[in-house]
Write a protein of this length. Structure first.
Length: 402
């Protein structure tokens, strides 16, 4: 395996463990090049299934179980805390709320730190260890910070997180503190925090933001585990919340590889749902534009996707187009209503995750999804990630009732 530039017109190749954050030729995104002469898909499906009976920490991890499609590391370098293995949960009230018959949630919020970020962080942190890093850093709206802090602590590295001051849920901040991360507050938005961090990359810090190609590889395994759970029967639709677009980028790459090597014979339509106040990708889709115009002051109650300048939009767009999917946005009111129903279904999630259900309802109302379609929605964060939002919503409801 090696790193390659994502831009097919450039296609520069780099050593797999090169520390570059972007293509040295064109400054474009990098990705891990997974090329095999041949793959026995049926044998691998059986092997992955059998690994669920194993006590090897790599087999217990829902990421490293699929390690044939990940960069190879010595077993003692792998930083894992049992991430992945998240269940598929059928929606009942949620399905009738959205007007669909066959809705399941893949709840990535049931990972070690309560968020999908752990799936990428286990691979990114392992790469950091492998390359001899001492300090790892990220800019974050909170979830990445909590995940980086946990995995850095496990690896014995210094974790440093750049957060937009006053815009991070206290639950996430508390997690980062609990895991012993150094916290640097930046005045401004997530995008400002990221820019501040990018200026520091020549100071010997290993950068673990979502453009890190190793994190994308870990997140990619979500689709391996999902299809494994579905006995490799591909759902009609996959619905994903869209913030920095790392997840949809990773899922698009997973579909590409699974189709190419014969694990599946069709693709689910991938639908990305953004919050209306932080919707540059939905705007691009509506306008049919070729370039993303950032939203300069993103605003939404779904803080995990309050991002105005998503870095991975080109990769995400490739996946959406390749699968015949689409991009849309939903309002904060629609997100809050959907979140409440997910809670009443006994599932629960953070506000950003509920954008998926709001999006499904919107597409169903406008008849863009058939009632009987099989739909999997990705929930990215646990309900306890933003308790303030829940308490405030309940207080508002009580105030209305009296
Ligand atoms: Zn390039």
């Amino acid at each position: 395996m090696q790193l390659r530039c994502f831009d097919p017109d450039c296609a520069a190749k780099l050593d797999l463990h090169s520390p570059a954050l972007a293509c040295p030729k064109c400054d474009g995104l990098l990705e891990v090049d997974v090329e095999f002469p041949s793959v026995d898909a049926s044998a691998l499906k059986t092997l992955w299934s059998e690994r669920r009976m194993s006590r090897d920490p790599r087999d217990i991890s829902g990421v490293w179980r699929y390690r044939e499609f990940l960069p190879a590391y010595p077993a003692n370098e792998i930083v894992t805390i049992g991430e992945g293995n998240t269940p598929l949960v059928r929606g009942h009230r949620t399905a009738s709320f959205a007007g669909v018959a066959n809705l399941q949630f893949k709840h990535l919020g049931w990972n070690p730190t309560g968020c999908f970020k752990d799936l990428g962080m286990t691979v990114g942190m392992t790469e950091a260890v492998h390359t001899g890093a001492k300090v790892v850093a990220c800019a974050s709206t909170g979830n990445t910070a909590a995940s980086l802090a946990a995995y850095a602590a496990r690896a014995g590295l210094v974790g440093r997180v750049y957060l937009p001051a006053g815009q991070v849920s206290l639950n996430k901040l508390a997690q980062a503190l609990d895991f012993g991360a150094e916290i640097v507050e930046i005045e401004g938005s997530f995008d400002d925090a990221l820019n501040t961090l990018l200026e520091k990359t020549n100071e010997g810090i290993y950068f673990l933001n979502s453009i890190n190609p190793f994190r994308i590889e870990g997140q990619k395994t979500t689709m391996f585990e999902l299809l494994d759970q579905l006995d490799w029967k591909v759902p009609d639709y996959l619905v994903v919340p869209g913030g920095n677009l790392g997840n949809s980028a990773a899922f698009g790459k997973a579909f590409d590889e699974l189709l190419r090597y014969g694990f599946i014979d069709k693709l689910p339509r991938m639908i990305v749902v953004q919050a209306a106040g932080a919707n540059p990708f939905a705007q691009l889709w509506r306008d049919g534009a070729d370039e993303l115009s950032p939203v300069t002051e993103p605003e939404t109650v779904a803080t995990a996707i309050r991002i105005g300048n998503p870095r991975s939009w080109k990769k995400s767009l490739r996946g959406v187009r390749h699968t015949g999917g689409q991009v849309l946005d939903v309002t904060d009111e629609e997100i809050a209503a959907a979140k409440a129903v997910i809670g009443r279904d006994g599932i629960g999630c953070e506000p950003a995750s509920a954008a998926t259900l709001a999006g499904i309802r919107k597409l169903r109302v406008s008849n863009q999804i058939p009632e009987g379609a099989s739909i999997v929605a990705i929930l990215t964060g646990h309900a306890l990630k933003d308790t303030n939002f829940i308490i405030k919503s309940q207080q508002r409801e009580l105030a209305h009732a009296h």
